[in-house]
Design a protein around this ligand. Structure first.
Ligand code: ASP
Ligand code: MG
Length: 417
């Protein structure tokens, strides 16, 4: 069971989480719970660091950030003790989460869960601080990147061979669009790993992208649900023949990307390799890339790509440093809308419908990218809400299109290798 920041924010929230954990224990289950930092704690810790230093030392940043999750776990263990149950809180390191040494965005290399197992054997409820681990090399505390408690939970579920990884959050599950801008959005009962990966990569914020990757690689079933009531949420599971495949499952969006355009790039082998090699060396993640083969006599091309807005400065500096092309410009007023659905693989005309829908609204499409189960369009950021609503409507996503036999999870789709 994993509880997000809003589910452990106040003392009452912690007690509510404790009651849920104890209820699961009482129903005969052995429970490991991963907790996030309370409310805005991690943001506050980040701010504290920047009050002291413009470039906080990364090892010390992780020492600082890992504290938030430890507070939640200790407090929740106290609440569980008061309810007459035995609980033990563990740091990521104590729980055996071994990572690489990349501070503030470490990756889990191994989970040595023996300490958790023996605590469970002693009939204890185990609380693990999310979002953190210990470097196998330096033995320093590391953190897993923002939202990383989801990955802690999935990694523990995999290591312990748990029947399910329940992610408790402040929404009812995964939705067909962001309900804050699309009132007809509907909670989805089941989503496949592949769809969820595309959704979290294109703006759905419910689950950390890496946690979904980890779940897919290890076949961990995720049940994403509300910590405030008992209604079943969304199951994220391996695709299975019995699963209905709607053509489109969800509309996602982001407004936190920016575009860099380089004009007058020479049409020669090796140029793109230099540009994106330099960006990779600077740890900049590139999303969409567009380049046309030039047709004009001078054989010069324009190239555009998108990056997350907080990496825009680094990206433009890197490109300017390369002195490739005539000019480098940045556009921060872009947004991206995407439609995701496993069924579009076998349905022609989906892209046409997306483009027509946007065209009918007078929305100009500035960039397009596709995968077998996703179509993304870059548009002006102020048109994103209209685009999301129109696409949701055009593909009929508000209707009760997808029904599953048993959203609570008794039905276990087989894991395909
Ligand atoms: N507390 C960390 C964050 O705010 C990790 C998490 O909540 O998953 O990003
Ligand atoms: Mg989160």
């Amino acid at each position: 069971m994993k509880f997000g920041g809003t589910s452990v924010a106040s003392a009452d929230d912690i007690k509510r989480a404790a009651r849920r954990i104890v209820a699961a224990r009482e129903s005969g289950k052995r429970v490991v719970a991963v907790l996030s930092a309370r409310g805005k704690t991690t943001d506050e810790l980040v701010n504290m660091a920047y009050e002291i230093s413009d470039a906080p030392h990364e090892r010390e940043m992780d020492m600082l950030l890992s504290v938030g999750e430890r507070i939640s776990c200790a407090l929740c263990a106290m609440a569980i003790h008061d309810m007459g149950y035995n609980a033990v809180s563990l740091t990521g390191s104590q729980a055996g989460i071994v990572t690489d040494s990349v501070h503030t965005k470490a990756r889990i290399l191994e989970v040595r869960a023996d300490r958790i197992r023996s605590a469970l054997d002693e009939d204890k409820i185990v609380l693990v601080a999310g979002f953190q681990g210990v470097s196998g090399d330096s033995r320093d505390v590391t953190t897993l990147g923002r939202g990383g408690s989801d990955t802690t939970a999935v990694a523990l579920a995999a290591a312990l061979d748990a029947s399910v990884c329940e992610i408790y959050t402040d929404v009812e599950g995964v939705f067909s669009a962001d309900p804050r801008i699309c009132p007809s959005a509907r909670k989805l009962d089941v989503v496949s790993f592949e769809e969820m990966l595309e959704m979290s990569a294109s703006g759905a914020g419910v689950l950390q992208h890496r946690s979904v990757e980890y779940a897919r690689n290890h076949g961990v079933r995720i049940h994403c649900r509300s910590s405030f009531d008992d209604t079943p949420g969304t199951l994220v599971v391996a695709e299975d023949e019995s699963m209905e495949q709607p053509m489109v499952t969800a509309v996602t969006h982001t407004t936190n990307e920016a575009r860099v355009t380089i004009t007058g790039v020479a049409d020669e082998p090796g140029i793109a390799g230099r540009i994106f090699g330099a960006l990779a060396d600077a740890n900049v993640n590139v999303d969409m890339i567009i380049q046309n083969e030039p047709v004009a006599g001078d054989r010069k091309a324009d190239m555009s790509f998108t990056v997350s807005r907080d990496e825009l400065r680094t990206a433009t500096q890197v490109i300017e440093g390369l002195a490739i092309g005539d000019s480098v410009t940045a556009d921060e007023n872009i947004g991206k809308v995407s439609i995701v659905g496993a069924g579009m693989k076998s349905h022609p005309g989906v892209a046409a419908k997306v483009f027509q829908t946007l065209g009918d609204l007078g929305i100009n499409i500035e960039m397009i990218s596709t995968s077998p189960i996703k179509i993304s369009c870059v548009i002006a950021s102020d048109r994103v809400p209209d685009a999301v609503r129109a696409l949701h409507e055009a593909f009929d996503l508000g209707a009760d299109a997808v029904k599953t036999e048993d959203p609570t999870g008794v039905h276990r789709p087989t894991v395909r290798s």
